[in-house]
Design a protein around this ligand. Structure first.
Ligand code: ADP
Ligand code: ZN
Length: 210
């Protein structure tokens, strides 16, 4: 099964992606993680991506599409995969249509008033990418999943977050309609806890796997 996770920054895509990936054994493909890995290793793609990401803008479509194309051709994707953070524009969705058949698009819908706090209070595992919110961490400083060190992403500051939300509204939210028209959109309310959202999502995935 090939799945797309859709939702605003802070909607909880990454959190759900890691749960779905564990439970359904699907490779988790996050374009954001791929870019951050490239930035860490100072590759040419990383240098380019950083100049956009630090401003809260999107990395150009050509670069992003090529990365995803190469990734989904790999052996581990032949029985399915889950895309997180891609597509983010109509042009990316159209490029994807040419190379993949998507079975389900899960749209995590969250009140926009919650997003700023979620993103600015987010801490991420350096090792496995799992996200946490400071309000649920207590005095913990390491990842519950793998023990890795938690850090705050450079683009999780109020100013950059605001431009990421503007970019989402202008360029990414039209994808909801795009996939609704194809009849493969599944909406889930994301205002609740990660566990509740995952329960909704698994009901849907279990029904489809039957
Ligand atoms: P978010 O928490 O905002 O969903 P991600 O970790 O998915 O963040 O992405 C971080 C940044 O990487 C984005 O703000 C954007 O600059 C860049 N990026 C990620 N995916 C894409 C994409 N599909 N197209 C263009 N840029 C992307
Ligand atoms: Zn971890």
């Amino acid at each position: 099964m090939n799945i797309i996770l859709l939702g605003a920054p802070g909607a909880g895509k990454g959190t759900q992606a890691s749960k779905i990936s564990d439970a359904y054994k699907l490779p988790h493909i996050s374009t954001g993680d791929i870019f951050r890995e490239n930035i860490k290793n100072q590759t040419p793609i990383g240098v380019l991506a950083k100049s956009f990401i630090d401003k809260g803008q999107l990395v150009p479509d050509e670069v992003t599409c090529k990365i995803v194309e190469d990734r989904i051709e790999r052996e581990d994707c032949k029985n399915g995969y889950m895309l997180d953070g891609f597509p983010r524009t109509i042009a990316q969705a159209e490029a994807l249509d040419k190379i993949a058949k998507i079975d389900l698009v899960i749209n995590i819908d969250v009140d926009h008033s919650l997003l700023l706090d979620r993103l600015c209070g987010r801490r991420v595992c350096k090792n496995c990418g799992e996200s946490y919110h400071i309000s649920r961490l207590g005095d913990k400083t390491d990842c519950a999943r793998c023990g890795g060190e938690l850090y705050q992403r450079k683009d999780d500051n109020p100013e950059t977050v605001q431009s990421r939300l503007d970019v989402y509204n202008a360029q990414t939210s039209p994808l909801i309609d795009y996939y609704a028209k194809k009849g493969i959109l599944f909406n889930v309310v994301g205002n609740t806890t990660p566990e509740d959202v995952f329960e909704e999502v698994s009901k849907k995935l279990d029904a489809m796997n039957k």
